[in-house]
Structures are given as C-alpha cells and as structure tokens.
Design a protein around this ligand. Structure first.
Ligand SMILES: Nc1ncnc2c1ncn2[C@@H]1O[C@H](COP(=O)(O)OP(=O)(O)OP(=O)(O)O)[C@@H](O)[C@H]1O
Length: 282
C-alpha cells in the first residue's frame, strides 16, 4: 500500500503531508526535520518509548498543537480547518461515571459537521449510519446505556465507532487497543484495516505494541530521543536500526510472525516495570 515507501511517488494527493516538521518544548526537541507523506489507504504505525512525541504528532495533525517548525497538511488542507474529514480515537481516559450521554449519542457526535438535512430522511439516514457504526464495533448490546456506566473496553469500542462513523479520509488512532481484550483487539484492528482497504482511509496508528497490528502495517515511523526512522516494518524493526536509534545494543527477534526484543528493555520501556527479559517490541 505504501506508495511513498522507497521514494515511489503516487499520482494521488497524499492524505497527510508533513514537511520539515519539528516540535520542541523548552529546550527539549521531540522530533525535527520530519518529512512524511501518508498515502490514501496506507497504514502507518507510530512507535516509540513513552514521551517520544507520538501523541503530540497526532495533536499537530489535529491542529491542536502548533509545530515549532515546518508544516503539515491533512485531508487536503491545514489541520483543524473546516471540512477536514478526520477521525480521531484519543488515548483512553476514564469517562466520568456520572455522564448520562448514551453510547449512540457519543457515536452520533462523530457526524456533527456532516450534512444530513433537517427532514425525516436526514434524521433516518443519520440514525442508520450510527446504528451501522455501533454494530460494526460489536457495541449494539449496550449502546443505549449511559456511557459513564460502561466498562473501559466498552467505552473504547464506542470511541472507535465515533471516529469511523463520518467515513474519515484520515484516521488518527492513539493507542486504540488499550483496555480491549484479545478478541476485541482483533475485531477493532480488523475493522480499521477493512476501512482503509475499502474506503481508502489513511491510518496513523500510535501504539506501544506492534504485534497485534503487524500484519496490517505498511510502514513504521519510530520516534526516539529526538530522532526517527521511517520504513517498512522489516527495515525499521531490526536489531541494526533500533540499536542505532537507541544508541545501545538491541536484539530484535522475529518469531512466529511476531516481533520480540531481547535485553536492553530499560532503554525501551522505562516506565513499564512489569516487562521481562524477552519483551515484545514497543
Ligand atoms: N503542551 C506541552 N507543553 C510541554 N510539554 C509537553 C506538552 N505536550 C506534551 N509535552 C511533553 O512532550 C513529551 C511527549 O509527549 P507525548 O504525549 O507526545 O508522548 P508520547 O510519545 O505519546 O508518550 P506516551 O507513549 O507516554 O503516550 C512528554 O514529555 C510531554 O510531557
């Protein structure tokens, strides 16, 4: 899918165009000199340790975080501009359990700004679209209950439905599989993959754990300590590339279609003390 990989140019306008982009807070540079085109239908995994600037990159693309240098375009224009059809699955935060908004209403918010007309036809079309999105994430059973009373995983599935309901040109996902059990991790990642294949939605998928989505990933953007690498998973997720990026010896093992890391886990997972010697790559 990745027409941009290896320098091959596509005729189609990229869904995301990043040029010379940099972001710094005070004297700390998260990343700089970032040039990247994400093509329609491409699945880009954004990886890196805690604090490397993955979420901040998505925020820059949403137009809520100003860049320190360079420029970004998304869905054909500037971030946050009118008519930018962009879906966003935010990093999960607990929803206040007193929130009485129902699941279907939360999903419907993803259609705000879309034109449905004010008549019965428009209302019916809107309801049908919401119902379809709810069904697709397997949330029909509880979608009429107050969101605040649902489990973390149930809320997360509704957030995915909200991001997809407007049929976005670009989908920005910030750790969308957190708090989902394995069956729902698989269901949600397959849903996102199907969407980009059938509708040409470009997907930028921030994750600590590449294995659940490895078979979908066209390219990886790996951010570490102000540096980055972009390439196919095999190119970036290699002992050589990660050792270079982290500045210490890292062994990457590929076993049974999964990527694991041996040793040096402190460099990779500083904030995750539960990790053991053979670690899945973040
Ligand atoms: N508005 C801000 N002002 C100052 N520092 C900020 C701001 N936003 C983010 N940061 C800092 O920038 C760094 C990168 O944050 P970001 O959330 O992008 O990292 P991340 O790679 O998504 O991390 P994680 O994997 O932990 O979610 C963090 O150290 C964060 O504290």
């Amino acid at each position: 899918m990745s027409a941009a990989a290896g320098g091959v140019r596509s005729e189609v306008r990229p869904a995301v165009r990043i040029r010379g982009a940099g972001l710094a807070f005070g004297n700390r540079t998260l990343w700089s000199g970032l040039d990247l085109d994400v093509e329609p239908g491409e699945f880009l995994a954004v990886l890196g340790p805690n604090g490397s600037g993955k979420s901040s990159l998505l925020k820059a693309l949403l137009g809520v975080q100003a860049l320190s240098s360079g420029s970004v375009e998304i869905a054909g224009g500037r971030p946050g501009g009118a008519n930018r059809n962009v879906g966003y699955i935010p990093q999960q935060r607990a929803i206040d359990d007193s929130l009485t908004l129902r699941g279907v209403d939360l999903v419907g918010l993803g259609l705000d700004g879309h034109r449905w007309g004010t008549g019965l036809f428009g209302i019916r079309a809107r309801h049908a679209r919401v119902a379809e999105a709810v069904e697709a994430v397997g949330a029909a059973r509880y979608a009429r209950q107050p969101v605040g009373k649902l489990s973390g995983g149930e809320q997360q599935r509704l957030r995915v439905a909200q991001a997809l309901v407007g049929d976005p040109e670009v989908l920005l996902c910030d750790e969308p599989l957190l708090s989902l059990d394995l069956a729902h991790q698989r269901a949600v990642s397959e849903l996102i993959d199907a969407r980009r294949r059938t509708a040409g939605t470009a997907v930028l998928f921030v994750t600590h754990e590449i294995n659940p989505v490895l078979r979908f990933v066209d390219r990886v953007l790996y951010l570490v300590n102000g540096q980055f690498r972009i390439g196919k998973p095999d190119e970036v997720m290699s002992s050589e590339t990660l050792s270079e990026l982290y500045g210490t010896r890292i062994e990457v093992l590929k076993v049974g279609g999964q990527i694991h890391i041996a040793g040096a886990q402190s460099a990779l997972c500083e904030d995750q003390p539960h990790h053991d010697e053979h670690e899945r790559v973040s």
